[in-house]
Ligand binder design. Structure first.
Ligand code: ASP
Length: 348
């Protein structure tokens, strides 16, 4: 007798976000609702030929309230179910989705299954919602099999939004309004969904044969991001760079990694790097990379001990720093790993 193929198993982790929110009739504000409510608005879920398992955060949260403790919880849920499920979908608010995706990409070391984050701009109960397509598309992508070996198509943390699948740690929320709210400026989409799914095989992460799944949930949030701007006050920058609690600084510089040639700024940065803090240079531009050797205004930072963030997003640099500082490494090891791709987050 012919055996019925087993159905793909996808775990849906519902953390909250607009996708499952509804208007409070008294205050007019959107408030998160339970997963049952969300499911009620997507009867199509019942038509999918997958085995869906749901894990829900109680209460669901607006993603503005997400914290490293929630990331650790997500990593734990995924690691407990990694071998049982074929893929994972995380329903998440859009506001901090790129931070969560970046953090998880480092925490889920050796991941061998797709973890697809999605959400929506309009609640799922609203007529023109983008939530249905995003949710159904994310589930299909999380269940997608590589026809060559039957294994998962994606083995990494991704963001699916507005018909494109992006590498999670390359994604950024670029619009508070549009349905295609996320962008990955420095890496093409991993898949584009139209009538068919067009996979970008060239850029999908492939696991090394020796890689083992070893999730790490410890992060150190002694990190700050500073955006440079003309007229920034020396006393404020000196204070932040000198704070003993700060171990890592993401410096958001101009263009290809340039900063004003001001002696006070250089000596504040030198003081920080010599004191064992890790200062990482990322650009304020959406696209492109830091190249500190290009101009004198960037070269001075290199000499002051600043490490290049290359073409990392700020969300990625902040969470990568938190991750590396949490691993009990030496300062030199953290500096070295900041410039080494760990999960496809930076181009060499
Ligand atoms: N404030 C919401 C959140 O990030 C926005 C959204 O889901 O789009 O949770």
């Amino acid at each position: 007798m012919e055996q019925k193929p087993t159905r793909r198993r996808v775990m849906l982790i519902y953390t909250g976000g607009t996708i499952g929110m509804m208007k409070n009739t008294q205050t007019g504000a959107l408030e998160p609702l339970d997963f049952e409510n969300l499911q009620h608005h997507v009867p199509e879920l019942g038509e999918l030929d997958y085995e869906l398992h749901v894990h829900q955060f109680r209460p669901p949260i607006d993603s503005a309230n997400i914290s490293p403790a929630h990331w650790a919880r997500l990593a734990d849920i995924i690691s407990e179910n990694h071998d049982k499920e074929d893929g994972f979908v995380i329903l998440h608010g859009t506001d901090t989705m790129a931070y969560t995706a970046s953090a998880l990409s480092f925490m889920l070391e050796g991941l061998d299954k797709p973890v697809v984050l999605t959400g929506s701009q309009l609640p799922i109960g609203v007529l023109r919602t983008d939530g249905k397509e995003n949710l159904i598309g994310a589930i299909e992508l999380a269940a997608a099999q590589d026809p060559t070996d039957g294994g998962p198509m994606a083995r990494e943390v991704c963001v699916y939004f507005g018909s494109t699948l992006l590498r999670g740690n390359r994604s950024t929320k670029a619009s508070a309004e549009r349905f295609d709210a996320f962008r990955s400026y420095n890496l093409p989409p991993l898949a584009t969904v139209g009538i068919n799914v067009d996979w970008n095989r060239r850029d999908l992460l492939r696991r090394g044969p020796k890689a083992t799944f070893a999730p790490r949930t410890k992060l150190d949030n002694s990190v700050i991001a500073i955006t440079l701007f003309p007229g920034i006050r020396p006393a404020i920058v000196e204070h932040v760079l000198g704070m003993p609690d700060v171990r890592g600084i993401v410096l958001r510089t101009y263009g290809s990694g340039n900063a004003p040639q001001q002696p006070w700024l250089l000596s504040a940065i030198e003081g920080a790097t010599q004191g064992g803090k890790v200062v990482v240079n990322v650009t304020q531009c959406d696209a492109g990379a830091v190249e500190m050797g290009l101009y004198a205004t960037g070269n001075q930072l290199l000499r002051a001990g600043v490490v290049s963030g290359g073409d990392m997003t700020v969300e990625c640099a902040v969470t990568k720093l938190m991750f590396l500082l949490g691993q009990g490494l030496t300062v030199d090891q953290v500096r070295k790993l900041m410039t080494t791709p760990l999960a496809g987050e930076v181009s060499l």
